[in-house]
Design a protein around this ligand. Structure first.
Ligand SMILES: Nc1ncnc2c1ncn2[C@@H]1O[C@H](COP(=O)(O)OP(=O)(O)OP(=O)(O)O)[C@@H](O)[C@H]1O
Ligand SMILES: [Mg+2]
Length: 393
């Protein structure tokens, strides 16, 4: 066995450091987004220069992989270098109720802040106190805010708008909010008082074209690969493929996988053939990280859909069929199937995520038939991916 270890570790690799290829990585510079970063700074100029609270908020929108999250985090890094400012980034897909999200913010100040026992109102008050005691101003990024709104309803918006409103009396104006959403019309979902804090601080990120993707990729090549191991042709091809989606994440994933393929074949350079191979096994719609964010029951439903679609010539399945099959999957995994309302919820959420295609209307109405299909991904591939994933849990 020792031989295997030694042998593998001795093999050459195209990678210098794989970390910059991880999705969470925030590079020092953001190619092609400098103007947007500048705009974000301008929106909050007063807060930064005068150390006052903000009556303004910002909204970043854009499709998948257009750099919304990284733009906000980059701003956060810059701001945290200045004394007296904190930046907290909350993913509202994961923390999708007001209580969960705010608990998460509080944990940045008090690791042991309890999950239960306080109302949202009380938690907000605690937060203001903590900021006041430390004399800090907070930039709070609420990423994928749609999920929070979807689950907690409009009250949370009202509460949030009060954070930067003067109605909290003595504690006013220590928090500035950056909303992040894929939905360009998200502004319309905000209540009037929250909307007014946005003014025209809207930053809409367009999908990347080929040349933009190439400059993003070149940065990662420099950071993550040994010099001379990735040919320009390969980068060019990735840019070409990914430009169909305009998605930087997909392009970085292709780059990483192509590198892995080159290593596995013990080749010294990443070639277009490795890229083509990477493309064949990557589907931008279904990513590992998306599976990670889904609950076990979501995955059971998704598994049911892929099994049904795999076995037929049909492009669609009905919700009725899916529900029956979902029960079978639950039995197989020895879990109790959830009820009708929950089941609808799972479908709806996965529809929102773009994991499935459907046109579900209404809230779990009985008797409604909706056709469900998968985006451009083979059902069999998805099935295998979920099974493997569930096994690894
Ligand atoms: N201009 C850029 N420069 C460098 N890296 C970028 C740039 N834009 C995006 N990226 C990288 O591409 C990946 C996707 O970006 P990001 O996560 O910010 O997308 P997003 O718009 O938040 O997507 P989603 O809607 O899926 O959340 C990340 O790894 C990010 O670091
Ligand atoms: Mg994001």
């Amino acid at each position: 066995m020792d031989d295997i270890l030694r042998d593998e570790l001795n093999k050459p690799t195209v990678f210098k450091d794989e970390e910059p290829l991880q999705f969470e990585y925030v590079p020092d510079e953001l190619p092609e987004r400098e103007e947007e970063l500048r705009k974000l700074v301008r929106v909050f100029r007063d807060v930064i220069e005068k150390r006052v609270g903000s009556t303004q908020s910002a909204l970043i929108t854009g499709k998948v992989g257009t750099g919304k999250t990284v733009l906000s985090k980059k701003f956060g890094k810059m701001i945290e270098d200045k004394k007296g400012f904190d930046y907290v980034h909350i993913n509202c897909r994961r923390y999708n109720t007001a209580a969960l999200a705010i608990t998460q913010v509080l944990r940045n100040y008090d690791e042991k802040f309890p999950e239960r026992g306080y109302s949202v109102e009380e938690m907000l008050r605690s937060l203001f106190n903590m900021l006041k005691v430390r004399d800090k101003y907070l930039f709070l990024a609420l990423d994928e805010i749609d999920f929070l709104v979807g689950k907690s309803g409009p009250e949370i918006l009202y509460n949030l708008s009060r954070i930067s409103d003067d109605s909290v009396g003595d504690f006013k104006n220590r928090i500035s909010i950056i909303y992040i959403s894929r939905d360009t019309s998200f502004k319309n979902k905000l209540d009037e008082s929250t909307k007014s804090t946005l003014r025209d601080n809207l930053i809409d990120l367009s999908q990347y074209n080929k040349s933009e993707l190439i400059s993003i990729l070149n940065q990662r090549v420099k950071l993550a690969f040994n010099p001379g191991t990735v040919s320009d042709n390969s980068v060019e091809l990735i840019g070409d493929i990914a430009s169909e989606w305009g998605d930087a994440r997909f392009s970085i994933e292709l780059l990483w996988k192509a590198g892995k393929k080159a290593d596995s074949e013990a080749e010294e350079r990443v070639t277009p053939e490795h890229v083509r191979w990477a493309k064949a096994e990557t589907h931008p719609e279904i990513r590992e990280e998306i599976l990670e964010d889904l609950s076990k029951n979501h995955l059971f439903v998704l598994l049911a859909i892929s099994r049904l679609l795999k076995g037929t010539e049909k492009a669609y399945v009905t919700t009725g069929e899916v529900k029956e099959h979902y029960k079978m999957v639950c039995e197989e995994y020895k879990e109790k199937a959830r009820g009708h309302t929950q089941f609808w919820h799972y479908l709806k959420e996965m529809g929102n995520l773009g994991v499935i295609d459907s046109s579900i209307s209404g809230e779990g109405e009985r008797g409604t038939t909706t056709m469900i299909s998968l985006p451009d991904i083979p059902a069999k591939m998805l099935e295998e991916k979920i099974e493997r994933y569930l096994q690894s849990k």
